[in-house]
Write a protein that binds this ligand. Structure first.
Ligand SMILES: [Fe+2]
Length: 257
């Protein structure tokens, strides 16, 4: 019997367990975010300075090898995000947004990482990594305007395959300073705070492939402790359990523990 089953069987009321991401966020997010931002080691910017994160240059150096692994996986083997994550709901309604998960909340997707071993080894060296996936937006795909889950994480995009019609494949990120219009240039990357509203369009006839990584926001003491507690909770939440089961159903076999 695993930890979740034990909790269910005994009727314990444990925060996070069996709750959807929406429920977790609604109850705790504002309090958690306030502490995280008080202890953040980096500014509250929409687009972050890459120089603060030495691992980024390493990933960019190896972008071609990462791309080769991503493109070797056939599009039909990459499930639509909406099929593996119920909580992504409305924003993943467009089946043209696909995700091939390598790692999430401490769980390593064994079958998937076996298909991208070099990328899997590289992401192991990323400090504070929370999730990593190859993210595809097929030609014509659109992700509606939305915002994220917590100030405690930042989102990283390494462009692996960008449509030639660069201008028509873009993300709008509504920062406190200005509207950032971001494009994907192969081998280039950026790091942003998804708590600012953002929206993505691929109005081209080519698919866009990126390596998408979420990391913990660098924080001091208490902020860091709260992040770890929050992530422990998410790891045991219904949100992550549902995704793992769905990836399992999609033919992959992440370890169940
Ligand atoms: Fe997003």
């Amino acid at each position: 019997m695993n930890w979740n089953q034990t909790v269910n069987a005994r009727g314990w009321k444990v925060p996070f367990v069996n709750k959807s991401l929406f429920q977790i966020g609604k109850e705790l997010r504002p309090k958690i975010d306030a502490v995280i931002m008080r202890t953040s080691l980096i500014p509250d910017a929409a687009v972050q300075d890459k120089a603060f994160f030495p691992w980024i240059a390493k990933l960019e150096q190896h972008w071609e090898a990462i791309r080769d692994e991503a493109l070797r996986i056939r599009a039909e083997d990459i499930p639509s995000l909406g099929d593996i994550s119920f909580d992504h709901g409305r924003i993943a309604a467009d089946r043209r947004w696909r995700a091939f998960f390598l790692k999430g909340y401490g769980y390593r997707m064994k079958a998937n990482t076996a298909r991208a071993p070099l990328t899997a080894a590289l992401i192991e060296k990323v400090p504070g990594l929370v999730t990593a996936n190859f993210s595809v937006i097929e030609a014509g795909g659109h992700i509606p305007r939305h915002w994220g889950m917590t100030k405690g994480m930042l989102t990283y995009h390494l462009a692996l395959k960008a449509p030639r019609d660069r201008e028509n494949c873009r993300m709008h990120l509504e920062g406190p300073d200005k509207l950032h219009v971001l494009h994907w240039d192969e081998g280039q990357s950026f790091l942003f705070d998804d708590m600012f509203n953002h929206e993505v369009w691929n109005d081209t006839d080519e698919d866009r492939y990126i390596l998408l990584i979420q990391i913990k926001r660098p924080c001091r003491g208490l902020g860091n402790l709260i992040q770890n507690t929050f992530l422990f909770g998410v790891r045991h939440s219904r949100f992550v359990r549902d995704i793992r089961l769905a990836i399992d159903r999609a033919g992959e076999r992440p370890p169940v523990n």
